[in-house]
Design a protein around this ligand. Structure first.
Ligand code: HEM
Length: 451
């Protein structure tokens, strides 16, 4: 297979450009803070000032190049996986997810992991999860207290964690899984302080880092015990949870995953599949509560079982409020983008947030309009909250299914209003962008409303 990329503006062979991309001259520490906490405000400014290809210096990758041109991004996603290493680009997640994680590996090792995981997220598998998602959602929504403002983000975090636990482990009963559930709540709730400890093992001897490390070790012990017991189970073929599927299939050479590989993939799915969907749903509630016309349309769709509109609500929320604002690919050789030279070892970063907020692709980009996603939808390459190419999110279909089921269950039962009119600004929470006050809403039972 050739590794050459010929898309306009991007070259991987016969390079002629020598100039590096423009970018801010601030020290690494300042750029790291700006990127870590204020990227939603800083990066659009950099684009206006420097253009679609901007060089940054941030920790831990150090040399990073932001991309905001749709053609450049398309070329990167279509580029050869031996040149564009997403696994190396995601290195910040390694201490939690482990070296075998599908998110952290590249080339053949990544392909093998992805092939093994895919069947658990294909169309047939997704249909099988629908009843479970519906049941857990009904159980959650039944507990909501009308009239009292609450953080929809927190409730969605609890729900999506329960859903992903059940999808990954199946019927999660018994003392071991009960303990695991408690520990996972701690492990997946990663704050900036925890991140410091991930990358500085010495810190793990003290305070919060020590407690996090202990929780991590205990989680691993329980996971390995669960894996061992599941390996001995005689009914793997009849089970539909991800762990059983992974144990049952093995790979093309007849070799299954080792315990360490299984542990890493399971933790990856739990971490990647929980906070992301919860945040996307919280933003959807935040918008619906402030947009009476769209709320009315979504409520009608819930009553009529029109999942197309409900899915459009989820997609538009992900456009307006991308949960992950950029993805990363570390280069294994020099390339050329937009007339600039980008050396091997640098990380290119296609910006989801900049493209999805660009009026050239999405008219009136600040408006929440699910209708954009009916009919043909936005032009190809201008909506990619799940990333792209061979690394596109494995759980994209699952999270859209989850979002549609949850929206339908909530809107069938409740009317939504915001707890105050002013929209909540976005705030950076590690690698995700979340509503700053938790997307607080008030729910009112629809049966109690005079229409
Ligand atoms: C709204 C919800 C979600 C969003 C916005 C999201 C977003 C993303 C993004 C941006 C990537 C990186 C893609 C790239 O580098 O091009 C990714 C990768 C991934 N996501 Fe998601 N995700 C979501 C939900 C989920 C769920 C529910 C799961 C699991 C059940 C999941 C599992 C994964 C995995 C395993 C990868 C790594 C794929 C690979 O490297 O081959 N995600 N996701």
């Amino acid at each position: 297979m050739t590794t050459e990329t010929t898309t306009p503006g991007v070259r991987t062979e016969d390079l002629t450009a020598t100039a590096p991309p423009p970018g801010p001259r601030l020290p690494l520490a300042v750029q790291t803070v700006l990127f870590g906490s204020y990227r939603h405000r800083w990066l659009p400014r950099l684009r206006r000032r420097h253009g679609d290809v901007v060089r940054l210096h941030i920790y831990p990758e150090r040399h990073v190049v932001q991309l905001a041109d749709v053609d450049h991004i398309r070329a990167v996603f279509a580029g050869h996986p031996s040149i564009f290493h997403a696994g190396e680009g995601n290195v910040i997640l390694k201490p939690a997810m482990g070296e075998h994680s599908v998110l952290l590996t590249d080339e053949d090792v990544h392909l093998r992991a992805r092939k093994l995981l895919m069947p658990a997220f294909n169309g047939a598998a997704l249909r099988g999860y629908r009843d479970l998602v519906t049941e857990l959602t009904e159980r959650e929504v039944e507990r909501w207290r009308p009239g009292t403002p609450f953080s929809s983000h927190l409730r969605m975090q609890a729900l999506t964690l329960e859903i992903i636990l059940r999808v990954v482990f199946g019927v999660a009963e018994g003392p071991r899984l009960e303990e695991l559930r408690g520990l996972l709540r701690r492990i997946v709730d990663v704050g900036p302080v925890d991140l410091l400890g991930w990358h500085n093992p010495k810190l793990q001897r003290y305070g919060p880092w020590k407690r996090y490390a202990i929780a991590q070790r205990r989680t691993d012990d329980l996971l390995y015990a669960e894996i061992a017991e599941r390996r001995r189970a005689g009914d793997l073929g009849e089970r539909h949870d991800v762990l059983s599927r992974l144990l049952a299939v093995g790979d093309a050479d007849g070799e299954g995953l080792t315990d360490a590989e299984l542990r890493d993939q399971l933790i990856t799915l739990l971490l990647a599949g929980h906070e992301t969907t919860a945040t996307a749903l919280a933003w959807a509630f935040h918008e619906l509560a402030r947009e009476p016309a769209q709320l009315a349309a979504a409520t009608r769709a819930a009553d009529d079982g029109d999942e197309r509109y409900l899915e459009a609500v989820a997609k538009e929320s992900m456009r307006l409020h991308p949960v992950i604002s950029e993805v990363a690919r570390k280069l294994t050789r020099d390339i050329e983008v937009g007339g600039y030279r980008i050396p091997a070892g640098h990380t290119v970063m296609p910006s989801i947030a900049l493209v999805q907020a660009d009026p050239a692709h999405h008219p009136e980009p600040a408006a929440f309009r699910p209708e954009r996603f009916l009919g043909d939808g936005p032009p190809a390459g201008t909506w990619f909250p799940f990333g792209g190419g061979v690394r596109r999110c494995l759980g994209a279909g699952f999270s859209l299914l989850e979002a549609t089921v949850v929206l339908r269950a909530v809107l069938s039962r409740f009317h939504l209003t915001p707890d105050r009119a002013r929209p909540e600004p976005a705030k950076a929470r590690n690698i995700t962008m979340v509503p700053s006050r938790g997307a607080r809403v008030i729910v009112t039972p629809r049966t109690g409303l005079v229409t």
